[in-house]
Design a protein around this ligand. Structure first.
Ligand code: HEM
Ligand SMILES: *[C@@H]1O[C@H](CO)[C@@H](O)[C@H](O)[C@H]1NC(C)=O
Ligand SMILES: *[C@@H]1O[C@H](CO)[C@@H](O)[C@H](O)[C@H]1NC(C)=O
Ligand SMILES: *[C@@H]1O[C@H](CO)[C@@H](O)[C@H](O)[C@H]1NC(C)=O
Ligand SMILES: *[C@@H]1O[C@H](CO)[C@@H](O)[C@H](O)[C@H]1NC(C)=O
Length: 327
């Protein structure tokens, strides 16, 4: 019953909005809400700014929220749904992805100002953009006009999102699966110039690493020492900055760290040190490590690409509450 209904919605919205379009979705544009919700930008800016003034890390958290939304069924706000069988509770997201309350607060303001106009998926995309900008990073025109999905895909999140323990080649495959290439992998990994990671996600590098090396040989020895003390005896939930040089600032130190064996996650250091798939990634890491302008410029383009990952399934709706589909 519910299935048949959502199918009907798909057919209806595809026909009514995208007649003649090849894809499932209309073209996104940067002026999508200029007539219908002109205060959108101010509202999102204010909320992201206030949240980051209370906790600088929130800029990073909002950026990651957009990434994890886009990789599963496209950027459709599906990660925001509060269903126990939803993406929010998938392994890469549970106790890990943050920022849901900021999105709720923005949505609440928008619903009183321009009700049922702005999608939750677009709020996430814009909030990610301001999170980067207010961390000192580049500005790009965030494209808008997404619809919120009607379903969440927990197995899609478990299988489609990259894990820090994976070899670079398999991470590249997961990006390829959503239309992103090796350059995008290296550029977007630069998001780890801000934000934090829990010990559970890198402590395998700190002890009993392999039969021959107790510590990951591609991890700087003194960094390994300090991470060992940070993580020792805890439950794995202790956190440290992903960019050990300047954790709150969006800059190109992430890449400089990799040249010095100071990447935090195995998937970070692997871009420079891994024997697999390195031909392209290693050169790009070098380029971005000495050319921050190039990194900033390419980051904006790759974010737009990521924001355009094709939707699978229904075109969806404009949710009134980002945590539940409209009844
Ligand atoms: C290349 C594959 C990637 C892997 C394996 C990966 C993995 C991770 C892991 C393990 C964490 C720490 C999570 C935790 O402590 O619970 C993290 C944090 C983060 N990731 Fe990634 N990530 C990848 C790509 C990306 C991309 C493409 C973006 C955005 C464009 C991104 C943005 C972030 C940010 C900003 C944080 C910090 C979040 C915070 O502090 O709340 N990551 N990532
Ligand atoms: C869930 O995600 C997987 C992997 O991204 C995809 O192959 C699958 O079609 C999705 N399922 C639904 C019902 O959208
Ligand atoms: C990835 O795609 C971009 C265009 O989106 C292109 O400029 C770049 O050369 C591509 N990189 C690789 C390794 O194919
Ligand atoms: C170290 O790893 C080996 C196999 O990889 C395992 O048999 C051993 O129990 C581990 N030791 C510790 C202290 O975790
Ligand atoms: C970390 O914190 C979460 C939530 O408070 C808890 O469920 C979990 O057991 C803790 N430990 C690890 C290793 O994740």
């Amino acid at each position: 019953m519910e299935h048949a209904y959502s199918r009907l919605l798909v057919v209806f919205s595809v026909l009514s909005l995208c007649l003649g379009n090849q894809g499932v979705r209309c073209q996104l544009t940067s002026d999508f809400y200029d007539e219908t919700c002109p205060h959108l930008y101010t509202i999102v800016q204010q909320h992201v700014f206030t949240a980051m003034r209370a906790e600088m890390r929130m800029g990073a958290s909002l950026l990651r929220l957009h990434f994890h939304d886009c990789f599963v069924n496209g950027c459709d706000g599906s990660i925001l749904l509060d269903r126990s069988d939803g993406e929010k509770f998938a392994q890469p997201n549970l106790n890990s992805v943050r920022g849901y309350e900021v999105i709720d607060a923005i949505k609440a303001d928008l619903e009183s100002l321009c009700p049922e106009v702005v999608s939750c998926a677009d709020i996430v995309a814009l909030a990610a953009g301001y999170g980067v900008l207010f961390s000192g990073g580049p500005y790009w025109d965030v494209l808008l006009g997404r619809k919120d999905g009607l379903v969440a895909n927990q197995s899609g999140a478990d299988n489609g999102l990259p894990a820090p323990f994976e070899p670079i080649d398999s991470i590249i495959q997961k990006f390829n699966a959503v239309g992103l290439n090796t350059t995008d992998v290296v550029v977007l990994s630069g998001a780890h110039t801000i934000g934090r990671s829990r010990c559970v996600l890198f402590s395998n590098r700190l002890s009993n690493f392999s039969a021959t090396n107790s510590v990951d040989p591609t991890l700087d020895a003194s960094l390994a020492d300090s991470l060992q003390s940070l993580c020792a005896g805890g439950d794995g939930n202790q956190t440290t900055a992903l960019d050990v040089s300047s954790g709150d600032v969006f800059d190109n130190y992430y890449y400089q760290n990799l040249l010095a064996n100071k990447g935090l996650l195995s998937s970070d250091q692997g871009l420079f040190s891994s024997p697999q798939g390195t031909a392209n990634t290693k050169d790009l890491v070098r380029t971005y490590s000495h050319d921050e302008d190039q990194f900033f410029c390419d980051f904006g383009w790759s974010m737009i690409k990521m924001g355009n990952i094709p939707l699978t399934g229904s075109e969806g709706e404009i949710r009134k509450n980002c945590r539940v589909v409209n009844s």
